[in-house]
Write a protein that binds this ligand. Structure first.
Ligand code: G4P
Length: 527
């Protein structure tokens, strides 16, 4: 294949976690190893500490200046690593779900004290939908955490994935002595440092070696021997194909803030994590090694600086080679466009690039051509599939407060929903505009941005819906009748697809039972 060498040295992944588990800290350590940054503290957290719009806006403004933090590209041991950032706040979970469609694997950070948390569960569900390979990093071993065996059991049960320990922690909290690498058969004693050197490890190929007792003390040495025997008995060698198909997740223990246990994980990651994978489209499977370029937009970043209102569309290259200034086919718009300033995201600075290969993420200047999910090709008509929209959790009617600015409001809401900030539903008959979001914070952001960027004042009126379901049917008449009959609860989404807005689970179940010829779908993926 033409670009084999380039494509096979790429690994594109995301770090996911419940807020505060240590995603930002781990990201920073990985960048340190990659030489992409020189000092700790260089990566700013994208955390929204207070539940405040101003806080979010400030973060977005900073990101606008340095959108580079959305994708971090660095090299480690001849591997080109694309690390995609995901927002930590749960109100922006949709953004994270979409980012997960653009990666080939993930590293899941779990806080050893808190174990599996709400966001961990949701994010893993998305990974499971796509059989995304997962590596687990159990963080904060320097704190008094849960018993390690209990923790593994909890993760396996709650996240419905088999775990395979690659390292094993000797105690936790104040007693934390270090990690034993089950695979390499060496011991790394715990030290708080900003870098880890190869020679910090002590080779202990045979656990009966008295050196182990000398290093960690008799009691802990004995415990480690017992633990390892138990683990080896259960797990044996890691089965890499099982990892690649998302069935088994290798597990590492460590402390991100102390840069401990991170290198073990990174070294394994570059060995086993998948190179760019083939992808399904509406027509056929696209193989990464095809000569022809194809890619899709998974994220749109608005520049919140009113002087520069351009947007940046993040495109994942799925096959072949993308080139600057070459015309590509925008499938949805059926038009050819070219990009004179595509960006790459080498560590904290945006660089204009000449080309990019499958696995890479390219930033494209956008003046309004792109929607989330748009596909670019060299002429062929297909869409990449597997970029679902899930039902929002809160629904509100958009109320125009200034009739003189109706046009601005329409334009604003259309553009913001293209960016994926929220979902827009238009009620049948009544033509009410209903905005659906995952969290309250998004409504505040929309209101703020509509006013700041489009000069349109709006307010929101709560609506009694709890879920949106996308409808399909082989019997168009039955579907039309249903929509007419249930006018108050019927709407179309942005692409004109019919949606049923249910007030409660009871109503939804009743409609599902009463309308066997209509299919109710929980994501927009059906179209
Ligand atoms: P997030 O991106 O997943 O939200 O988490 P982040 O890395 O920001 O980490 C959350 C907090 O946990 C931070 O403390 C961070 O320093 C701390 N932390 C990360 N890794 C470890 C670890 O291995 N051990 C311990 N004990 N703490 C860890 P913070 O007080 O919220 O922020 P900061 O002011 O210290 O930066």
């Amino acid at each position: 294949m033409k670009y084999e060498k380039e494509i096979n040295r790429r690994k594109t992944f995301a770090i996911i976690s419940h807020p505060d588990a240590g995603k930002t800290t781990l990201t920073e350590k990985l960048l340190l190893f990659g030489g992409a940054i020189q000092t700790a503290g260089a990566v700013k957290s994208n955390k929204i500490k207070k539940h405040a719009t101003s806080d979010f806006m400030e973060i977005e403004r900073q990101r606008g200046i340095s959108v580079a933090t959305s994708v971090m590209t660095f090299e480690y041991e001849n591997t080109l690593i694309n690390l995609l950032d995901t927002p930590g706040h749960k109100d922006f979970a949709e953004d994270t779900y979409r980012t997960l469609t653009a990666v080939d694997s993930v590293i899941l950070v779990v806080d050893s004290v808190n174990g599996v948390e709400e966001q961990t569960r949701r994010l893993m569900e998305v990974c499971r939908m796509r059989d995304t390979p997962v590596i687990v990093f159990i963080n904060k071993m320097d704190r008094d955490g849960k018993n390690r065996f209990d923790l593994l059991e909890e993760i396996e049960k709650e996240l419905r994935i088999s775990l395979h320990p690659m390292t094993w922690a000797i105690n936790s909290g104040k007693e934390f002595k270090g990690v034993y690498n089950l695979h390499e058969k060496n011991l790394r004693l715990f030290t708080a440092s900003t870098k880890a050197e190869e020679d910090d490890t002590i080779a202990i190929s045979d656990l009966s070696d008295p050196l182990l007792d000398t290093k960690v003390g008799d009691r802990d040495a004995e415990q480690l021997r017992e633990d390892v025997e138990l683990i080896d008995g259960v797990h044996g060698e890691l089965n890499v194909p099982d990892y690649l198909s998302g069935k088994v997740a290798p597990v590492f223990f460590g402390s991100a803030v102390n840069n401990f246990g991170v290198k073990e994980m990174l070294d394994t990651f570059i060995q086993i994590a998948p190179t760019p994978r083939d992808r399904e489209t509406s027509v056929r499977k696209v193989s990464v090694d095809e000569d022809k370029f194809s890619g899709f937009v998974f994220k749109i970043h608005a520049n919140l600086d009113p002087k520069h209102r351009d947007r940046i569309a993040f495109m994942r290259v799925c096959s072949g080679r993308f080139e600057r200034n070459k015309y590509y086919h925008h499938v949805r718009l059926d038009k050819d466009i070219r990009f004179s300033n595509p960006y790459s995201f080498m560590a904290r600075s945006k660089d204009v690039i000449e080309d990019a290969y499958a696995g890479d993420v390219v930033g494209l200047f956008d003046t309004g051509n792109f929607k989330i999910g748009d596909t670019l090709t060299e002429g062929e008509d297909f869409f990449f599939t597997g970029i679902p929209t899930f039902s929002p959790e809160i629904f509100k009617e958009l109320v125009n407060k200034d009739p003189m600015k109706t046009k601005q409001l329409e334009k604003g809401i259309s553009q913001l929903t293209d960016e994926g900030v929220a979902q827009l539903f238009t009620q049948f008959g009544g033509n009410k505009k209903i905005i659906g979001c995952v969290g309250e914070l998004q409504f505040e952001v929309i209101q703020y941005r509509l006013l700041q960027e489009y000069g349109a004042a709006c307010e929101f009126r709560a609506m009694p819906f709890y879920k949106a379901c996308w409808l399909t049917s082989n019997d168009q008449k039955k579907l039309d009748d249903f929509l007419r009959f249930k006018q108050q609860n019927s709407a179309e989404d942005k692409d004109g697809h019919p949606v049923y807005l249910a007030q409660s689970e009871w109503f939804l179940n009743t409609e599902i039972t009463n309308n066997p010829d209509i299919q109710f779908h929980f994501s927009s993926e059906v179209h």
